[in-house]
Ligand binder design. Sequence first.
Ligand SMILES: Nc1ncnc2c1ncn2[C@@H]1O[C@H](COP(=O)(O)OP(=O)(O)O)[C@@H](O)[C@H]1O
Ligand SMILES: [Mg+2]
Length: 224
Amino acid sequence: MPEFVLEARGLRKSYPRPDGSELVVLQGVDLVLKRGDTCSIIGPSGSGKSTLLALCAGLDQPTSGSVRIAGADLAPLDEDGRAAVRGRHVGFVFQNFQLLPTLTALENVLVPAELRGEADPELGRSLLRRVGLEGRMDHYPAQLSGGEQQRVALARAFVNRPAILFADEPTGNLDAETAARITDLVFGLNAEAGTALVLVTHDPELASRTGLRLRLRGGVPVSE
Ligand SMILES: Nc1ncnc2c1ncn2[C@@H]1O[C@H](COP(=O)(O)OP(=O)(O)O)[C@@H](O)[C@H]1O
Ligand SMILES: [Mg+2]
């Protein structure tokens, strides 16, 4: 593994407005992380947090600037190439879980591994045990609470043993007790596996636990 698991430099993102002018939502953001580093992205609604996360995770492309994930420069890659880098090195957790409703918890966890042709049901089961869902492996998302669905999403994010986990408000929809449990799990997996974390959050408790904090205001990093 190269020195940096994430090397994002000079990221800028803009959209054309209907009148032809440019709406700049991110203007010159750097984010560089080594193995095991943890970073929270904080700031008011609309400040560009989700945009930055999507660019760093290779889900969206910057207007200018560069992103390397585990040494791989995303710029020359097409969508299939970016998907391959994501599948190999990246895990995601979204605020609204995004589980597939027609698959069981175990099947959901195994989806990213199946996309790589390396699905190992025993690894999926061990991850579900790790997040406390040993009794729920064959349940469908609709049969699970929000906190349980988020734990399935977390197990799924780790199934390819990613170098870096991106999570967009992973505790945003959960009660305080469940949020604390998810937070402990994320940092536990960081400590055990050295997975770097990038967490968008409004939760001061979660933000206080990361080694780095990146505060955005109007698409610009500001000092705390
Ligand atoms: N596809 C898009 N087209 C135009 N504007 C967008 C698009 N996506 C996001 N934006 C704008 O970019 C800004 C930052 O959005 P976002 O990154 O979602 O903020 P945050 O996650 O901090 O709430 C917002 O003003 C939003 O309206
Ligand atoms: Mg957001």
